[in-house]
Design a protein around this ligand. Structure first.
Ligand code: SF4
Length: 358
């Protein structure tokens, strides 16, 4: 097993040949990636087409924009109508809520940012305005939002608030394994999330469910190596977690980033679009920073519904269907006319297959 770590020097063709040989020992295998960046790379590099037919790659709930529920978009639009200005990453701009997207409803009052820290400048330079920063993402971006809140408090900023839908990957993996809705034989785990929370957080999930997982980097070779390592983990059954992305991932993660995150946020029950509510799978602001939580400062009651009941993003995000099995795929739903978040986001499975995978 230790020789697995030396795969870095193998060329792509050799790895594919090793995967094909190793896969002969198995019937049908479902490997799920829980990372939108992996999803995009997998389809961009045409990885499904070069794998043996008994290895099926499934895209799970790894795109943060895709799992953000309709009511979050609805609330953001409602706050705009109350006079707040919205600061958001571009991906969220076109995601449909119940009645429309931020783009359709109120484009003029929405500012696209590239980093959460830009929100501090907006707030400091426009003291007559009130801003809401849409905090969407996983453990990778949560420390950036935590840093904004800490800075805002230090600087005495009073016109910047968070609307928070930050989510955590290990709890949703547990949820998918608990429901048993799908046979998952192994996980390709997000290297960037593991950089923050550490490989140990994933080891606990893999050990508890005796389910192999490989923390993977993002180049096509990294992903192929991780698939080969998954096959080896399944074959030898001596342990359940391996790190392919060794140059960035440590057992304990990034202690400083975790400390900032834990200082500002606490775990809470969170709603995942198309999946439902999962205990302790989201982050909310702690009491000490509650003055930056817009849901606390200015609560709004929102009646939300599914934007398009025919959109099957929920099943796509749970790995139950492939995007091409959705009747709307390229038949009313495209990146130009998205009917669900998985077609809007640059990390969504529907967008990835539309762009590269057909
Ligand atoms: Fe939803 Fe469109 Fe994907 Fe179908 S193809 S699941 S409608 S985003």
């Amino acid at each position: 097993m230790n020789s697995l770590i030396n795969l870095k020097n193998l060329k792509r063709a050799e790895i594919i040949s090793d995967i094909k040989k190793a896969a002969e020992d198995f019937q049908s295998l479902n490997f799920m990636e829980v990372c939108g960046t992996h999803t995009m790379q997998i389809y961009r590099a045409g990885i499904p087409s070069i794998l043996p037919s008994n290895i099926n790659l499934l895209s799970g709930p790894g795109c943060p924009v895709c799992v953000t529920p309709e009511e979050f978009i609805d609330k953001a639009i409602a706050y705009l109508k109350e006079g707040y200005e919205i600061l958001t990453f571009g991906d969220l701009y076109r995601v449909p809520g119940t009645y429309g997207s931020l783009e359709k409803e109120c484009s003029g009052k929405v500012k696209i940012i590239y980093s959460p820290s830009e929100s501090l400048e907006y707030a400091l330079n426009n003291s007559d305005k009130k801003f809401i920063l849409l905090a969407v993402g996983f453990e990778t971006t949560a420390p950036l939002f935590a840093a904004v809140v800490i800075d805002a408090k230090k600087k005495g900023i009073k016109n910047l608030f968070l609307l928070c839908a930050l989510k955590l990957i290990p709890p949703v993996m547990r949820y998918l394994l608990e429901t048993g809705e799908l046979k998952i034989d192994g996980f390709l785990l997000p290297g960037h999330v593991a950089t923050i929370i550490g490989s140990e957080a994933f080891r606990k999930v893999c050990d508890d469910y005796k389910k192999p997982g490989v923390v993977s980097g993002f180049e096509p070779e990294d992903i192929l190596q991780s698939i080969f390592i998954l096959l080896m983990l399944l074959k030898y059954k001596s342990r359940f977690l391996e790190i392919q992305y060794r140059m960035a991932v440590k057992r304990e993660g990034n202690v400083l980033a975790r400390r900032e995150m834990e200082k500002v946020f606490q775990k809470t029950k969170a709603k995942w679009r198309g999946i439902g509510e999962i205990e302790n799978s989201g982050l909310t602001l702690k009491e000490e920073f509650i003055e930056y939580d817009i849901s606390y400062i200015h609560p709004l009651k929102i009646e939300s519904q599914v934007f398009n009941p025919r959109c099957r993003c929920g099943e796509v995000l749970r790995g139950i269907i492939s995007p091409v099995d959705c009747p709307l795929f390229d038949n009313g739903c495209s990146p130009q006319t998205p009917q669900g978040p998985c077609m809007v986001s640059s990390e969504g499975a529907c967008a990835a297959i539309y762009k590269y995978g057909r």
